[in-house]
Design a protein around this ligand. Structure first.
Ligand code: ARG
Length: 613
């Protein structure tokens, strides 16, 4: 289904072509001056420049050619050669009826669906979630939904961080605390020959069930601090990590326990936020691909030795940057940085795993595009990894994209921390926002007729909307300050405001149905109806912008505009008190179409709309 802008662009393009000028000059956009026009075309200026002709002359000829277009109420030239279009009420009504009857609420799909993998969230075992992970999850979920809705085949992968030094640190910390576990782990270097899966499970249950998440939360910070100061401890942790990665049986069992309990808790918390991954593949899943990959990189001649480490140089001839050395002096060095594949101690690194993951994804999904929704602070890392992947032929040039974003900051302007100065746990964050949402609902005297369970569910939806809209309402590159008071308000540009508006429309439609009034055929007459029609039409464009730029804020902004425009329409155009039943039916249909589109937009942003409040 095409929007009004595309229809006009086509007609204007044909008019340019009939004058012997390139059709692309006919591109029509939404008017900068809605008081004067609905749409405008600036192509006569560019066309005139290229053809060395007078722009007004060209504009006049284009207007002439379009004069009898049935959808145009007026077409005029402004200034040096801008063309202003105003549509007939009838043309707007036709479009609104199409939107009202469309399950996609007027949004078109992509011409050529792609296979897209969205790598987002990126939580780790033991290492706590920080705001970078939260934003990655919120933005990634929306990007995933937008691509899927547009028609791509999409998989979202949590890329679980389950394979680094943190695992070795936890293994020794647990062993140090539980002598019986240490002893058992010592005895279980390799898997006994006749050992069954059930035996492993029994053993793990007997030995490890007592180790819970709270133990990991307690032990990891301790071990990580000790790692920094205690060389012997560090060596033990490194050795344990290397042995785990090499397949030491008892370590693998314990590691699996850590990963399982973390994942269960994370999945539950993410789900509460309306974030659900299709895949939970971990860094560990590509462990076995690393050795052959390193060998292959060597055969290709890409791997070079550098101070005991194995690296892949990715900077091209002449690509350099100025770098500050620890002593303060500045040198010119190749840039992007090389990929560190094997450290001087012989371990695979973060980038090694990422490169192997690219290979893995090629095998099981063969994506046309991989979107890495990760903190902007990792931009250099991805630049390097992508270059290495292209050099090795593991991915086609341009198919790997880093979707960076700014940070969510505290009132001090630094990445958000708790009052105690720690990183915020996802569960605590959810609790905090939900409590605030409950308070706000009480304040606004909303949800009072509901039982406790239903009220709690609404508070959760309001909380999710508050958090997500605060994040998705601005372009992702922008950092923002976490301001719970503002985010949770039912007034202003907030998630709760949008939910409230959607619920209001639902109740209007419910009451109408109770009184036996049905949505009918849309006719557009009042200025507020025209305005609403134009906004409904603009959804398609907002969505394609969001899709092309991997920027959900275009959808968020559209939702806000729609809610506001609907509000004005509702104030100016009474529905149930309209005397003419056809007018009533038309306005009800406009309300239903607005609701469908608003709910759809909110769903793409990962927010659920309650039935009532
Ligand atoms: N686990 C990583 C971190 O906490 C994020 C992973 C992002 N994705 C990736 N393919 N590297 O920083």
């Amino acid at each position: 289904m095409s929007d009004l802008k595309s229809g006009l662009s086509e007609a204007a393009g044909a008019a340019f072509a009939s004058l012997g000028l390139p059709a692309e000059h006919g591109r029509v956009t939404v008017s900068d001056r809605p008081d004067l026009a609905d749409f405008q075309c600036n192509g006569a200026l560019a066309a005139a420049k290229a053809a060395r002709r007078n722009p007004r002359e060209i504009a006049t000829a284009v207007v002439e050619a379009l004069q009898s277009h049935p959808d145009l109420a007026s077409i005029e030239i402004a200034g040096p050669g801008f063309i202003n279009f105003k549509l007939t009420d009838q043309a707007l009504a036709v479009r609104c009826n199409a939107i009202a009857g469309d399950a996609r609420a007027g949004a078109s799909g992509v011409g050529q669906p792609r296979r897209v993998l969205v790598d987002y969230g990126g939580p780790n075992v033991a290492k706590e979630m920080h705001v970078g992970h939260l934003r990655a999850s919120i933005i990634g979920e929306a990007v995933k939904r937008i691509c899927r809705f547009r028609g791509d085949e999409v998989l979202g992968d949590a890329h679980f961080g389950d394979w680094g030094l943190q695992m070795g640190l936890l293994i020794i910390a647990v062993g140090d605390e539980h002598a019986d576990i240490a002893e058992a782990l010592d005895g279980l270097k390799t898997r006994p020959a006749d050992w069954t899966e059930a035996q492993s499970e029994d053993l793990a249950q007997r030995l490890f069930a007592r180790i819970g998440l709270e133990d990991l939360d307690r032990l990891y910070p301790m071990a990580s601090a000790r790692n920094k100061t205690d060389a012997e401890y560090r060596d033990r942790a490194r050795k344990a990590t290397a042995e785990l990665q090499a397949g030491r049986f008892g370590y693998r069992l314990l590691w699996k326990h850590f990963a399982d309990i973390t994942r269960v808790a994370l999945e539950r918390d993410f789900h509460a936020l309306g974030i659900d991954f299709d895949l939970w593949r971990g860094e560990s899943d590509v462990n076995d691909l690393i050795e052959p990959m390193v060998a292959e990189l060597r055969t290709m001649g890409l791997l070079v030795e550098d101070q005991g480490a194995q690296i892949v140089r990715v900077a091209r001839q002449g690509e350099t940057t100025k770098k500050k050395l620890p002593d303060g002096s500045v040198v010119v060095a190749p840039w992007p940085d090389p990929l560190l594949v094997v450290s001087s101690e012989g371990s695979a690194m973060y980038g090694t795993t990422d490169l192997a993951t690219i290979l893995d994804r090629k095998t099981f999904f063969d994506p046309d595009l991989v979107l890495y929704v990760v903190d902007q602070r990792q931009a250099d890392h991805f630049l390097t990894v992508f270059r290495a992947a292209y050099l090795a032929g593991y991915a086609a040039e341009g198919t790997l994209e880093h979707i960076g974003f700014g940070t969510m900051n505290g009132p001090d302007g630094k990445p958000f921390k708790t009052r105690e100065g720690g990183v915020l746990k996802l569960r605590d964050l959810i609790g905090m926002i939900t409590a605030k949402a409950e308070e706000r609902l009480h304040e606004a005297e909303l949800g009072e007729q509901l039982d406790a369970e239903a009220f709690a569910e609404i508070a959760r939806k309001v909380a999710v909307a508050a958090l997500k809209f605060a994040d998705l309402g601005n372009y992702r590159g922008t950092s923002y300050i976490f301001d719970l008071e503002r985010f949770s308000s039912f007034e202003g540009k907030t998630g709760p405001y949008l939910l409230y508006q959607a619920v209001r429309v639902k109740s209007v439609l419910r009451r109408a149905a109770d009184e036996g009034a049905e949505p009918g055929v849309i006719a557009v007459a009042e200025p507020a109806e025209r305005e609403l029609a134009l906004v409904l039409d603009a959804f398609d464009h907002a969505l394609s912008e969001a899709y092309d730029r991997r920027a959900p804020n275009f959808v968020a902004e559209h939702a806000y505009r729609l809610a506001q425009t609907f509000s004005r329409f509702y104030a100016a155009c009474p529905i149930m008190t309209a005397e003419d039943p056809q007018v009533r039916g038309s306005r009800l249909a406009l309300a239903a179409a607005s609701l469908k589109q608003l709910e759809l937009a909110l769903d793409l942003l990962g927010m659920e709309t309650p039935e009532r409040m």
